[in-house]
Design a protein around this ligand. Structure first.
Ligand code: ADP
Ligand code: GLC
Length: 494
């Protein structure tokens, strides 16, 4: 059988650099595709932080110049391997672009993000064209790589080696489109004629995600429900028409999780491994460790309700703030929040946590190990997102026997089944789902969860059930493979 060669291009990947779920997907999808027989190579930027993690990264000796506007910008290439897989990871270095404290600028985006990712996208093409064998699929992720399908289509003569490949644009989040002022078009090296409302322009600005959606041979997003939502307002964030016009090639494939890194049976971040058989003991040990970590002498006996995530509008953190304000005094639960993001949201969390010091623990920051410990220690995980393309937090929660309370949107619809007498009987129940985006609806769902928690047998059954679910990449990687194969069979539009 012919081995499909896939080049993945993305702006972050676990364990090299991470700000959210995209990194986890890039750290695990290549391995899953490799298990299905694909040969996958990943390209990411060589940020400062990738060198600070003790990973085996070596220089390749390869360097080349990339035209960015009127300048030639030099790229140096490093090589590593995705842990637990055979996949090569290429890291593209340029100190001016990537030797910086954060990936995208933290609270406020770097002012030259257009230039940084135009450089990265074009460098990825140059690198791909310098390999011994051609790639069959060029798989791009999010706005940072949106130019890659355009380069592939519009500058095909520059890289004849890649001319028979098909490009795929996967959208992980419509809320981030890579919108820049029109003069950045000059940096792309592409003709101004493409700066029009049907291709690269969006209300007078350069839109890199739109560019990717328009020029890619195939388009996908990270859940079937989100694939439908983004073809309408408000889900499409202004690009609903563009997405609807590509509905013939648009697919929704739900994310899988890395079952090696996220496994309560072997997680090095938790004190005592556990499975469906002994989750009570394992979760209690995690709770003791978490309490110590948060400065408590002993863990609270109340149910532990957690939130882990980026503190941005998408995640519905304001509902969590309001919820904790309403429930903090009732004594029904202990809350723990781990997150970092918008300063206004951080302040609102600090205020409510300050009002209920014995009931709310707040950790502002990004801490991978702590995220694992919280997943293991908590009873209930809140995911009250305004919108959610897929969401991994609820999938990790399921695997750790932490029952999710989620809003009915995007990938949360496709991954969590509300608990009712019927779904409990049929063995499908996996969480508590609410519809309206408001704190009262969230509170009702949480109270249902807490009531269920107080019924020991019911809760144990539910926990065992959710822990037994399979959210590994296996099925979704097959869907990607099928998408790639179908694209290969389609004649390439000129
Ligand atoms: P998104 O990609 O929108 O942020 P996901 O649910 O897909 O949402 O993925 C979030 C990932 O980021 C998960 O791996 C989660 O554990 C992690 N994460 C988010 N915030 C933090 C934090 N403050 N510390 C550690 N991990 C975090
Ligand atoms: C995005 C989305 C999230 C998704 C992740 C990985 O950041 O917000 O829902 O799980 O990408 O695809």
């Amino acid at each position: 059988m012919r081995v499909l060669r896939v080049l993945m291009v993305a702006s972050e990947a676990t364990p090299f650099a991470k700000t959210g779920g995209l990194a986890d997907v890039m750290g695990s999808l290549p391995g899953a595709l490799a298990r299905l027989g694909c040969d996958v190579t990943l390209v990411i930027p060589a940020y400062r932080e990738v060198f600070a993690k003790g990973l085996a990264i070596e220089p390749t000796g390869l360097s080349f110049d990339v035209p960015i506007g009127t300048r030639q910008v030099s790229a140096r290439v490093f090589r590593s391997r995705l842990p637990g897989s055979q996949s090569t990871v290429f890291l593209i270095a340029n100190d001016e672009c990537f030797d910086r404290p954060t990936l995208y600028g933290g609270g406020k985006d770097y002012s030259d993000n257009a230039e940084r990712f135009i450089f990265f996208s074009r460098a990825a093409m140059e690198l791909a064209a310098r390999q011994d064998r051609p790639f069959d699929i060029i798989h791009c992720h999010d706005w940072q790589t949106g130019l890659v399908p355009a380069y592939h289509k519009l500058l095909a003569q520059s890289w004849p080696m890649l001319s028979h490949a098909r490009s795929v644009m996967t959208i992980h989040n419509m809320a981030y489109q890579g919108l820049f002022w029109h003069w950045d078009m000059l940096l792309t090296g592409l003709d101004w004629k493409y700066f029009n409302w049907q291709q690269m322009e969006f209300y007078g600005q350069l839109n890199l995600l739109k560019t990717g959606i328009v020029f890619a041979d195939g388009v996908s997003t990270v859940s079937p429900t989100y694939a439908r939502e983004i073809q309408r307002t408000p889900g499409g964030c202004g690009l609903e028409g563009v997405l609807a016009s590509r509905s013939d090639v648009l697919r929704g494939i739900v994310n899988g999780i890395d079952t090696t890194l996220w496994d309560p049976r072997s997680d090095p971040h938790i004190p005592r491994p556990y499975s469906e058989q002994d989750f009570d003991e394992g979760k209690y040990a995690a709770r003791v460790a978490l309490a110590a970590r948060l400065g408590h002498a002993a863990p609270d006996t109340r149910p532990l309700v957690a939130f882990v995530g980026r503190l941005v509008e998408q995640k519905g953190v304001e509902l969590v703030v309001e919820l904790m304000g309403r429930m903090g005094g009732t004594g029904r639960a202990h809350f723990v929040v781990l997150g970092t993001g918008e300063s206004g949201t951080e302040d609102a969390l600090r205020r409510v946590a300050g009002s209920f010091p014995g009931t709310i623990d707040l950790v502002i920051g990004f801490d991978e190990g702590l995220a694992h410990l919280v997943q293991a220690a908590a009873d209930i995980m809140l995911v009250p997102s305004r919108f959610e393309p897929c969401g991994l937090t609820q999938l990790y929660a399921l695997r750790y026997g932490t029952v999710p309370v989620v809003r009915s949107t995007g990938g949360l619809v496709d991954t969590v089944v509300d608990t009712t007498p019927e779904t409990l009987r049929s063995g499908k129940a996996s969480g508590f789902v609410f519809e309206a985006f408001d704190a009262i609806a969230l509170e009702h769902a949480l109270v249902r969860a807490l009531d269920a928690h107080s019924n020991r047998d019911l809760w144990s059954g539910l926990v065992r059930q959710v822990m037994g679910q399979d959210w590994s990449w296996e099925a979704s990687a097959r869907d990607y493979l099928q998408m790639f194969s179908a694209l290969e069979k389609r004649p390439r539009p000129s």
